[in-house]
Design a protein around this ligand. Structure first.
Ligand code: NAD
Length: 356
């Protein structure tokens, strides 16, 4: 009963016409930030996360502690557990699902391919099945990925470009998610908005990502591998600061709300939309290291190595004009200022000296 009370309390909005959002992957990097932003505006937020150990679970627990200070409850469970999901929908008439739970990272797929299929394909279908059966049906905003552009060389990446050359199993499962979303929209009229995130970074970030483990290794005086392409070209990413991504997720939720009507059965035209959420200005990994050297005040021990064929792509660059047009998405943080905030967080979280 007290569990049910927490579920109810957490998901109740505190402003008129506030949203009631189920955030899957709420103990994750993007999920924790989005949950806080929604709660701060007065929306109801309930988290769901299985706290898996793909990376340091204590970081997920620390995010959970932060969320609980803001009265956000995270239910511990798997998106493949349909009984649990149905139970949550029996208790709460969610207006939206922000579906971020996934097996992330491209390289880990070589060791554990099925975890991608289980979470990103089967788990996603399970979430859609429960949403389909719910009354009212919630609008769904979910995380796709820039990785769907794969080996596409036409830049900047635009939503109408082909996505038929995934370079990793991760990318293939994200691409499958977009195809699955299309069918649920087509047959059942579910409102679905896919967001292709481009290399998200910032405070509370993921330890498996380059900017994070470069920082860790540089602080400890360990060497780092800086990748170049097979023909010695720079590897670059359209690094996107977490607050910009949060702004995009909230904007997508708000516009999804308009087209479905809040709550009630009356619905506007069902929508399936897919948007790039990037920063529109790629930066080379070499430059990333130079910025970190400056912020951390250490000289990196760099091994320049050719990128193996491990699922990574050489280059990403977003065109975000569609997201700008439909919900005013405008990235505002450049890599230097965003990394400064990351390093500041890193130093205080891990208790090390920092000059930023
Ligand atoms: P994250 O790993 O920090 O967050 C995902 C969370 O989902 C984790 O806390 C994990 O425990 C949880 N989870 C995983 N599988 C689950 C399951 N089966 N059931 C319940 N919970 C589960 O990753 P993130 O960086 O916050 O990414 C969020 C979403 O954005 C993911 O879908 C990811 O694929 C996508 N994405 C992220 C980036 C990026 O650069 N961070 C880029 C493109 C796409």
């Amino acid at each position: 009963a007290s569990w049910e009370k927490q579920v109810r309390h957490s998901s109740t909005p505190h402003r008129p016409n506030g949203l009631s959002v189920l955030v899957t992957g709420a103990a994750g990097f993007v999920g924790s930030h989005c949950s806080l932003a929604l709660k701060k505006r007065g929306d109801g937020v309930l988290g769901l996360d299985n706290f898996n150990s793909y990376y340091d679970p204590s970081l997920k627990r620390a995010r959970q502690d932060l969320l609980s200070k803001h009265q956000i409850f995270i239910v511990e469970g798997d998106i493949n557990n349909d009984e649990l999901l149905k139970k949550l929908f029996d208790i709460v008439p969610f207006t939206h699902i922000l579906h971020l739970a996934a097996q992330a990272g491209v390289r880990y797929a070589m060791q554990n391919p099925l975890s991608y299929v289980n979470s990103n394909v089967a788990g996603f279908v399970n979430v859609l099945e429960v949403a389909k059966a719910a009354d009212p049906q919630p609008a769904i905003v979910w995380a796709s990925s820039s990785s769907v552009y794969g080996l596409n060389t036409k830049v900047p990446f635009s939503e109408e470009h082909k996505t038929d050359q995934p370079a990793s199993l991760y990318a293939a499962t994200k691409k499958a998610g977009e195809a699955i979303a299309h069918t649920y929209n087509h047959i059942y009229g579910l409102s679905l908005t896919g967001l292709r995130f481009f290399t998200v970074y910032g405070p509370w970030g993921r330890p498996d990502m380059a900017y994070f483990f470069f920082t860790k290794d540089m602080v400890q005086g360990k060497p780092i591998n800086v990748y170049v392409t097979q023909d010695d070209k720079e590897v670059a990413r359209d690094f996107t600061y977490i607050d910009d991504i949060v702004q995009g997720c909230v904007g997508a939720l708000d516009t999804a709300e308009k087209s479905t009507g809040s709550g009630g059965k009356k619905r506007g035209p069902a929508q399936l939309r897919v948007y790039n959420l990037g920063n529109t200005s790629p930066v080379s990994v070499r430059k990333l290291v130079a910025i970190l050297e400056n912020l951390l005040n250490v000289k990196a021990k760099k091994n320049v190595v050719k990128m193996p064929r491990n699922g990574d792509v050489p280059f990403t660059h977003a065109n975000v004009s569609l997201a700008l047009r439909d919900f005013g998405y405008k990235p505002t943080t450049d890599l230097s200022s965003g990394l400064r905030k990351f390093v500041k967080w890193y130093a205080s979280y891990y208790g090390i000296q920092s000059r930023v």
